[in-house]
Structure formats: C-alpha cells, structure tokens
Write a protein that binds this ligand. Structure first.
Ligand code: DAH
Length: 340
C-alpha cells in the first residue's frame, strides 16, 4: 500500500513539475529528478525483487506505468518548449524582407577614356591602326625630326618640361609620327592616343593632358584625303549636320598647315560665350607632312606624301559633354565621374 501511494504521489508530482517547466533546462532537471539513476522511481524498480510475488506484480506494473507516463509527458513538453524557443528566436531575429537592398556603387569608364575609345573606333573604321610611343622622349623625336631644330622659335609654342639636357616629357603625340614611320614603310595609316605634358595650368589647360595624333602616308595622298577623313570624323562624333571649316595655320612639321573648326556645338553657330561669338570652335591642327619630316624618317618625299593631324582629347570631351573646367577630369570626384 505504501508503495502504491508513493508511486501515485510521485506521478502527480512529476507530471506537474514537467507541465510547469518553463524552458528546456528546467525540463532536463525534471527528467534527472524523476527518471534519473538516483530517482525514487528507479529505486522502487530496483527493489521489486524483495517484494512478495503478488505485491511485486501490482507494484511493478504501476511503477512501469508511472515511468511510461512521465516519459511521455517529458517528450511532449520537450516538443512544445522547442517549438516555442524556435518561435522566439524567429521573432527576435526577424528582419524586414521588403526593405530595399544596399545599392552597390559600380565603377565606370573615365569620360576621357570613353572619348578616346570613341575617337579610336571612328578612325579604325576608316582603316587606321593604333600605335604607341614613349612619354619620356628625346629632343630629336619631339622637336628636331619634326622640323624644329634647336633654337627654332616654334619650340616656344609649347612650354616644355625638361628632364636633364636631352630628355623631356613629350609635349605632343607627334613624336609617334617619327617613331612609327621609321620602323615601317608606307602605306600606313596610324592613330596614336596618349599623354602629353606642358607647363601650363588654368581652367582650359592642364600640365598633363591627352592627345590623339593621326597620320596617313602613301603615294599620291592629297589635302583632299585630309579634308575627307577629318570631315567624316567630325560628322561621326558631333553629328551628321555639323559644319566644318579649314583655316590656314602654321605648324613646323606640315606644309601647308591648317586648323579645323567645327560649328559651335553650344549655340549651333549662332555665336555664344564659348565660341567667343564666332560660331566656330577650333578642334584640331593638321596639314600635309613636311618633306623634311619625311626625309628625317628616310622616306622619299618625291614618291610619298601624307597628311597628319593632332587633337586634344580633353577638348573634344569638354565640347561633347559641355564641361567647362578641364580640372574636373583629374580631380576624380565620383559625383562628377558617375554622370558618364
Ligand atoms: N602637335 C600639335 C600640337 O600639339 C598638333 C598638330 C598640329 C599635330 C598639326 C599634327 C599636325 O599632326 O599636322 O599642337
């Protein structure tokens, strides 16, 4: 009787402890207490052998029932607590899936590179190929071979950065004319984009800027070819209806020399502040390659003729995008660069 009562009491106590367990930790404590090796239930089961056979059957059955009831209660409470715990973390860790994501800032091709690439593409489509030349150059290739001997007054047209007595930072990409023509034979049509340097700095001049040089040499190349190639270029980059004009000009390495103007892209030729009311913008220098230049590179100037031109990439980019200060290209302010 004693056993029966205490088992019933044990069952009631265990079930209420299990029901009252607030979390998995308390539940585990209840498991140890009521089903553990030191629990009174196990104690009873261990001592069954000492009871008289008929009592043993009754107490044994009850003990096993209690054990099963407690186990089942533990199991189901554990399931409930685990679900509640999962629910709670889901709530506390919750994030709003409808919030907009962080925008990733992507890089862009620099507007000067975009412009240079565009210019190169246009001339490539007319059969020009691209060549490269050194930025650190000697006087011979930058000046002398281009028909500007020492003390020639035209050397003053470009304020040069000298590095020692014979070396300098090239003042224009025209040095590539000499290097490319020396290493090859006509016919050739070459385009040479690159950096050039002059001691000059204000809103339209930068001590480092970019030029594209172009030249074509073959038998019977005329000023007509020059006009046709450069007019096609302007139509491709500034629009089909954009007018151009050629004015006589002087560059030591060409004869005759010219400057090409394009109808002002700001006012369509009406006259404005940018074109100084003229309706025209100067965009490049050009001319027929001087016979003395051809002779410097070992070409027979009786047999071959050619034309050459050079333009500033910054200037073209400024006109295309209506940018008024050249320094914007080099400050690398992302707010400026992101617009292209
Ligand atoms: N090298 C000249 C300059 O930097 C530009 C130029 C003018 C290049 C006439 C040419 C040319 O090839 O024919 O101002």
């Amino acid at each position: 009787m004693n056993h029966i009562e205490s088992l019933e009491g044990l069952r009631a106590e265990a079930l209420s402890a299990i029901a009252g367990a607030a979390d998995l930790k308390q539940l585990e404590a209840a498991r140890v207490k009521y089903l553990g090796r030191k629990s009174s239930l196990l104690q009873v089961l261990r001592e069954l052998g000492q009871l008289e056979p008929d009592k043993r059957a009754v107490v044994g059955k009850l003990a096993n029932d209690v054990k099963r009831d407690v186990s089942e209660a533990l199991e189901s409470r554990e399931g409930g607590l685990a679900a509640a715990a999962r629910e709670a973390t889901l709530k506390s860790d919750a994030f709003d899936l409808t919030l907009p994501g962080e925008t990733v800032r992507t890089g862009r091709v620099h507007p000067l590179n975009q412009t240079a690439e565009e210019i190169v593409q246009i001339f490539r489509s007319m059969g020009f190929e691209v060549a490269d030349g050194p930025e650190i150059e000697d006087e011979y290739h930058n000046f002398e071979a281009l028909n500007m001997p020492a003390f020639h007054p035209a050397r003053d047209m470009q304020d040069t950065f000298f590095i020692g007595s014979n070396l300098l930072l090239r003042t224009h990409t025209s040095n590539v004319q000499i290097r490319a023509m020396k290493s090859r034979k006509p016919p050739l049509a070459v385009l040479a984009p690159g950096k050039v340097y002059r001691r000059d700095s204000d809103i339209t001049h930068s001590p480092m800027f970019h030029q594209i040089e172009g030249f074509m040499v073959d038998e019977r190349i005329t000023f007509g070819h020059l006009k046709s190639v450069l007019s096609s270029f302007v139509r491709a980059i500034f629009g089909k209806t954009r007018k151009v004009r050629f004015r006589p000009s002087y560059f030591p390495f060409v004869e005759p020399g010219a400057e090409m103007d394009v109808e002002c892209v700001m006012c369509d030729g009406q006259g404005c502040r940018v074109c100084k009311s003229s309706g025209w913008l100067e965009i490049l220098g050009a001319g027929m390659i001087h016979p003395k230049v051809l002779e410097h590179v070992g070409y027979d100037s009786e047999k071959y003729t050619g034309f050459a031109f050079g333009m500033g990439i910054e200037r073209i980019a400024m006109l295309r995008h209506r940018i008024s200060d050249i320094r914007l290209f080099f400050e690398n302010d992302v707010r400026f660069l992101e617009q292209f």
